[in-house]
Design a protein around this ligand. Sequence first.
Ligand SMILES: [Zn+2]
Length: 155
Amino acid sequence: MYHRKQKNMSNCCSNQNIQNKRHKKTSVCPKDGKECQLVEYSTLLFQVKKPWKFIDNRQQYYFCSDTGCDVVYFTDDGQIISINEIRNPVGHKLKGDDAIACYCFNINYQDIKKSDYKLIDFIKTQTLNKICACVSHNPSGKCCLGEIKLRLRTF
Ligand SMILES: [Zn+2]
């Protein structure tokens, strides 16, 4: 019987390689020089006051989390979206304990400290049950929990 050798299907991932190149994951904030992470296009649409005026879907936007910088989003082309163009106060940019910590459940750092850090478990439980909306509620588009832990360690 004639036996045909199966062709190797190694080209199945080539699309992904092109995508990775196009989506540069980090860029440097034009104002403070900090390395910043790429944000999802949908996050911008949910965060910016008048997204139809600002957002160009051919661009990639990055989020600056630096407290001392009023740039929230920027592109490599020099477009800047600052704090006053965002719908709600950006907790990342505020030093005090009244800064929002968990955007999904409206918890600030004062609430966490008052609860003797038990609210962190509350957030964790919701996240484990997949009840959170970080992509739309958190201006970074990232999970609030990781950012809270980081901030509590550094402040
Ligand atoms: Zn910045």
